[in-house]
Ligand binder design. Sequence first.
Ligand SMILES: Cc1cc2nc3c(=O)[nH]c(=O)nc-3n(C[C@H](O)[C@H](O)[C@H](O)COP(=O)(O)OP(=O)(O)OC[C@H]3O[C@@H](n4cnc5c(N)ncnc54)[C@H](O)[C@@H]3O)c2cc1C
Length: 397
Amino acid sequence: MAVDLSPTPDVAELVERTTAFVRDVVIPPEERHGGVARTEDVRTELQRAAKDAGVFAPHVSHEYGGHGLDMRGRAAVFEAAGYSLFGPLALNIAAPDEGNMHLLEAIATDQQKERYLRPLATGEVRSCFAMTEPAPGAGSDPNALTTVAEREEGGWRINGHKWFITGADGAAYAICMARTSGTDAGKAGATMFLVDADNPGMRLVRHIDTLDESLYGGHLEVLFEDCRVPDDAVLGEVDEGFRYAQVRLGPARMTHCMRWLGIARRSQDIAVARAADREAFGSRLGELGMVQQMIADNEIDIAASRGLITQACWELDQGRSAAQSTAVAKTFCAEAIWRVVDRSLQICGSLGVSGDVLLSRFLREVRPFRIYDGPSETHRWSIARRVLRRHDTEVRR
Ligand SMILES: Cc1cc2nc3c(=O)[nH]c(=O)nc-3n(C[C@H](O)[C@H](O)[C@H](O)COP(=O)(O)OP(=O)(O)OC[C@H]3O[C@@H](n4cnc5c(N)ncnc54)[C@H](O)[C@@H]3O)c2cc1C
């Protein structure tokens, strides 16, 4: 049976416009700034241009000014936007805001949507998601959560230490995950809280110096010290934070894959152009077998990544949990995208290492993806456990 994976006509048209917008409007400033947007001027100018081009906020529902794409529609458009490091910022689909918009649309109250989602969807403000903690707190293992929220008259008091909070500098608010029941040793009952950045109990400690630099607003260490929030700062239900984290994390894993797949494709295009031009040993680089192998392996990794993303997105669009398919896709894509960028840099030789093309910047940007949204090892561990559970169930039948 033939399977038609082509996007619907309206998605195809948006992909075409996004591709042209990225090529003509986004890549020139990206190259001028070396792939790192450091000022609000750059962000607001890019977003204004995306609004003018009619490609802004493709993932948000029409009610909040977006195009209302489902996950498969997002896959095609986000890949086109991800062709430049500045593309996701321009379209307002960069992490962590894009994942936070998805979460707020899914679980926030109407009042919370007006106050937090609407200005985020228009790009008027930015946000951050505060889950990870320095050791011995939550990282790969969320049950190690040490940040605590205690009930008090009229609200909650949060105390905890977070780090690697992307975009915290300049964010209007944080979605903070804190323990509200359970013990350190057992399953934590966690709750998500909306904390305004001007809350005196929330303090930015420092920017962490990291390999990557392109995610806007940096990665920060953040302290919550007797941070008082009212009852209506609770996002969703008390003690349901881990369930909501899955609402955010499954799709957010896939949208990271989509965006970075765009960078993999760009890297391959740079390498192919070089292999077609550069002569060595009496032929073009592209006629040397080992260079052809790298080009072919890139093509295979890109196609396989896209296929796994499509499968996982289809399951998410069906309302399924897609836990296994998103874990498989995330693990494969994070490693395949790294391989593609690394091979592309190799094909370009010393040019690849230089700042004259952005490949060395891309390499630094994609490496941490094998750690955030779940390290490869954590995903392999849970993939294998699901396979073994399935085996045990089948044996018992
Ligand atoms: C660039 C970047 C941006 C980030 N942004 C955010 C953010 O905005 N908000 C936020 O809350 N967090 C953020 N994080 C944190 C990220 O989610 C964590 O780094 C991730 O969950 C892993 O936790 P950890 O770093 O504490 O690693 P640890 O939990 O200490 O794990 C270390 C290593 O142990 C191994 N390991 C882990 N589990 C297993 C297992 N089951 N089996 C075998 N080996 C295993 C893996 O090799 C893993 O890399 C970001 C991280 C990075 C690098």
